[in-house]
Ligand binder design. Structure first.
Ligand code: BDR
Ligand code: CA
Length: 314
């Protein structure tokens, strides 16, 4: 079976991604080895707590949860409370979880787990700034051949940015980490705004979730109702983009997405375009094709998958 490590900064859409990943399924052909939290949408103290809350909510209090980097490699942390709420998880009851945080640092967990693994045997699913992953690579490059691929949410090509005109949030927060990952030589599968902006949690889809009538589906409904309000007010859309859940949807059902092999680079320095992803979609250069770039998605299929996963909770 496939082995995954999920690295995240919950985060409303990170939460939905965890619901996809942790749905009870005797037939699942993957195993989540651990979940690592990073600073991003809110500070690390909140993202690691939220990760544990979500594990408890999904009945996976046994899941090892690790806290990693509390700030990007170079820049000070930028957060997104206006989208995700003050605690980063608006719509879920916030309390100190009973399950403990692992004492090992997330970066050490990633390094140790990969060093012990077979070649190309572990998939990293990354839905926050890539600080933990970059720090792990910088700590010990011998982990690289152990990684099967890095499936990540970040960047934009035709859509432009969502935090500045040039940049998508995850890459903007830690462009230096993105650079380490993009230049690592690992196979990369990247879900940027071009595709995530097509996956909108419309009122119709929310009603399907609510009708499932279990606590996790209800939490998804609550989280997305709050999350959708920001986009409805600001952009007038029916629902908000399910960015991060594209990563697990790809692991579960890759045929939902259209992808193209191309080169991706990132701007780290410019004040104007910090975090911009230069995606060579039309192969205008001879630069190595270092990623699979997602550019289209079967939206109806995506929501059928989400509802199917949510329906597995009791
Ligand atoms: C990304 O930024 C975060 O706010 C979301 O959780 C997602 O990972 C979208 O740009
Ligand atoms: Ca995220």
């Amino acid at each position: 079976s496939q082995k995954l490590i999920i690295d995240c900064d919950p985060g409303q859409d990170d939460a939905i991604n965890l619901f996809l990943a942790l749905a009870p399924d005797a037939k699942a052909d993957y195993e989540v080895l651990g979940i690592t939290a990073v600073a991003g949408n809110v500070g690390l103290d909140k993202t690691e707590r939220n990760t544990r809350l979500l594990c408890e909510l999904t009945g996976r209090a046994d899941m090892p949860v690790y806290a990693g980097c509390d700030a990007p490699l170079v820049y000070p942390l930028a957060t997104a409370e206006e989208v995700h709420g003050r605690e980063g998880l608006e719509g879920v009851d916030i309390h100190e979880p009973a399950m403990a945080l692992q004492s090992q640092n997330a970066v050490d967990f990633i390094v140790e787990t990969l060093l012990e693994a077979e070649e190309a045997s572990i998939r990293l699913v990354v839905t926050g700034p890539m600080t933990n992953i970059a720090a792990a690579i910088q700590k010990d490059v011998r982990i690289l051949p152990k990684i099967q691929d890095i499936v990540l949410m970040g960047g934009a090509l035709r859509e432009g940015g969502n935090i500045t005109p040039s940049a998508e949030f995850n890459i903007y927060v830690d462009p230096h980490a993105a650079k380490v990952v993009f230049e690592s030589g690992c196979p990369l599968v990247i879900f940027g705004l071009d595709v995530t902006h097509k996956v909108l949690s419309s009122a119709t889809e929310l009603e399907r979730m609510k009708a499932l009538n279990n606590p996790v589906a209800q939490a998804a409904y609550n989280l997305l109702t709050y999350y959708g309000r920001f986009d409805a007010d600001k952009y007038g859309t029916d629902g908000a983009p399910l960015h991060d859940p594209c990563t697990m949807a790809y692991i579960l059902r890759p045929e939902l997405f259209s992808l193209k092999s191309c080169n991706i680079r990132v701007e780290t320095e410019s004040d104007l375009t910090r975090g911009h992803t230069a995606v060579d979609f039309w192969h205008g250069t001879d630069l190595p094709k270092n990623c699979l770039w997602a550019y289209d998605v079967d939206c109806a299929g995506f929501f059928d998958l989400l509802v199917e996963q949510l329906s597995k909770y009791k």
